[in-house]
Design a protein around this ligand. Sequence first.
Ligand SMILES: Cc1cc2nc3c(=O)[nH]c(=O)nc-3n(C[C@H](O)[C@H](O)[C@H](O)COP(=O)(O)OP(=O)(O)OC[C@H]3O[C@@H](n4cnc5c(N)ncnc54)[C@H](O)[C@@H]3O)c2cc1C
Length: 419
Amino acid sequence: MKADVTVIGAGVIGAQTAVQLAERGLKVVLVDPGPPGGEQAATYGNAAWLSSHSVTPPASPGVWKQVPKWLRDPLGPLSLRPAYLPKVLPWLLRYLAAGSSEAKLRQIAGELRSLLKDAPQLHAEMAARAGVPELINATSGLMHVYRDRAGYEADGLGWRIRRELGITCEEIEAEELARRQPDLAKDYGFAVNVPEAGQCLNPGAYCAALVAYAGTMGARQIAARATGLRVEGGKLVAVETSQGDISCGSAVIAMGARSAALAAKAGDRVPLESERGYHVTVEGGANLPGPTTSVMVGDRKVVVTRLSTGIRCAGQVEIASPDASPDWRRAEIMRTHLGAVFPGLDTSEAKVWLGLRPSTPDGKPVIAKASGAEGVVHCFGHGHVGLVSSARSGRLAAQLVTGETPEIDLAPFAAGRFS
Ligand SMILES: Cc1cc2nc3c(=O)[nH]c(=O)nc-3n(C[C@H](O)[C@H](O)[C@H](O)COP(=O)(O)OP(=O)(O)OC[C@H]3O[C@@H](n4cnc5c(N)ncnc54)[C@H](O)[C@@H]3O)c2cc1C
């Protein structure tokens, strides 16, 4: 098989990239053993936030002091499989270091903002082109709810940094919150609304629609696993797959949490781990009790979102091998939180899911030309912000493939920043 470009991975990053390349008239082959946006992909089960304000890395100054408490708390947001600790320790130390000072946080926030700015609008435009405008709500806003103002002030640094970047954050007192979120438990008496943010109504379906749209422009999708890169004279000549080689001069590595091995074959060793996350989804229609605007629950560290298919509660960071079996007790924690935050919702029947956030230690993706194989472009490691950032990330990957000038400075997203 021959292509101009092989896109490896059909999660939302690969799907957006494939569309951008197909729109530029290139012959694209998209390779994934699973269906586009299927349950194997982090894209399928995320919290659906198009949070252009998610600019700070997961770690923040002093967060390490909270780690023992979180690990001991049976309903806590963090878990770690002890057997995996020796392997993951260097990554964990870098993860904590990335958020260890205000200066570092401000720098990363500015860099991530360049990637996330205008994301809801970019997604709305893309969804319209793909024929699924109903899957994006670019004007929903997103809400962070707290028990009281003190809870919000404990997160003060993140909010200060957002405001410094020009992001509007509306403070909402108890009475107004009860009016705006009538189904929310009355334990929550303070909130911050971010009007510029939006949400997707079904991330898996959105991803599948993007791939179908790329298909209308000639992109081919094959069910295969990429196994290697054939590089001759420093240039890519083929992507090796379980269904045979695809001859091509360019390839984009967009395999989410599984990207590191091929990236290394293209010359770049990237510290990539999976921050495993869980969700529960109560299926049903618009009459289910739940949020009016999607909420991040400050003290429980979960997001509750109303999707076209039901109410989803997503969260948890489980540090374990990507191949370790799911610990469904972590999903049960999601169910407990969901029932506590929206007490009118019957959570007895809920679908559970585990997914792998593809995470670098500094919370920023790698979007870069590979250093050891001309023609290979990296676009992976989007961690907690892969859905929201995907519209611009796909465009950037296409710009790198075609030799256009990237629309933002890509130095902060270089693969070499870890060496
Ligand atoms: C619980 C949870 C909540 C989240 N909430 C949000 C949110 O609200 N907003 C947000 O922006 N982000 C969120 N995220 C993060 C977001 O889901 C991810 O960053 C994003 O989906 C990553 O997309 P991706 O395409 O890089 O990877 P994936 O979606 O994981 O796709 C990678 C694809 O690569 C394929 N693949 C793997 N190996 C190979 C191979 N050898 N050959 C070919 N293909 C291969 C896989 O089958 C898969 O389909 C959340 C994640 C989780 C887990």
